[in-house]
Design a protein around this ligand. Structure first.
Ligand code: MG
Ligand code: ZN
Length: 245
């Protein structure tokens, strides 16, 4: 007689519990180091990396920003993001289709969190399981590109439900692909009532300033109005584009 195996769902709940405990620990470390952590989730190809590259370049003159980026394979996204000059680390997950708190902990081992103002985490492109894994982030941002269907929020409600802010990306293509913007907003509000949603194009920069200002002015509860390293950075970049924009 063999002992009955635990049901798969029980195993999974256990894994999630472990993850939640570690995520809580990470959140405490982030708070202690006064670093704000923003994670990005979306389907593959929604433009997370382009959006993040623009964010890093825009913020870097004034803030100590860094990024972790998850993919099943390749260091391509880390290489792209590193063009901003910010510290970037790729997490390659192999066959795992999401990031978990252990991966974040390991990736941060060599970094001094005290030196950072904002840490971005780009999750693996996937609208399903990233929603279940707390990474200790302060803010979870879900991206939806105009090249996807307007009904994505209805098909994948959980990822929208568990996010704090929405971003509609690739707005420069909206007309060409006849994206129904009103329907997209309606669908997001149906699954996540009251969520603030921004419309941006990382390519043209449209909408990026509004989003950036909301992120920085504590609208979402983050305390990043002033950089820890502001004085020295201001000295080095007195006329930076970001300051004047
Ligand atoms: Mg990417
Ligand atoms: Zn997964």
């Amino acid at each position: 007689m063999s002992t009955p195996q635990p049901r798969l769902v029980e195993v999974r709940q256990n894994v999630l519990k472990q993850n939640d405990l570690l995520a809580r620990e990470l959140r405490g470390r982030f708070r202690e180091a006064a670093v704000s952590v923003v994670s990005l989730v979306s389907s593959p190809g929604a433009g997370k990396t382009a959006f993040l590259e623009k964010m890093l370049s825009d913020l870097k003159p004034q803030y100590a920003v860094a990024a972790l980026v998850g993919d099943l394979a390749t260091e391509n996204d880390a290489a792209r993001l590193a063009r901003s000059g910010a510290p970037v680390k790729q997490i390659t997950t192999g066959t795992v289709c999401h990031l978990d708190a252990t991966m974040i902990q390991t990736a941060l081992e060599e970094w001094n969190l005290d030196e950072l103002d904002i840490l971005f985490i780009e999750n693996v492109g996937n609208l399903v399981c990233p929603s279940s894994y707390d990474l200790g982030e302060d803010l979870r941002v879900v991206l939806l590109s105009v090249t996807e269907g307007e009904d994505k929020p209805l098909k994948y409600p959980t990822i929208f439900n568990t996010a704090d802010v929405g971003i509609i990306t690739k707005m420069d293509l909206a007309e060409v692909v006849e994206f129904d913007l009103a329907a997209a907003h309606d669908n997001i509000q149906r699954v996540r009532p009251g969520m603030k949603v921004f419309e941006v194009s990382a390519k043209t920069g449209a909408g990026m300033k509004e989003w950036r200002q909301s992120l920085l002015n504590s609208e979402f509860g983050l305390r990043i109005a002033e950089s820890k390293t502001m004085d020295s950075l201001e000295f080095r970049n007195p006329q930076s584009e970001f300051v004047n924009s």
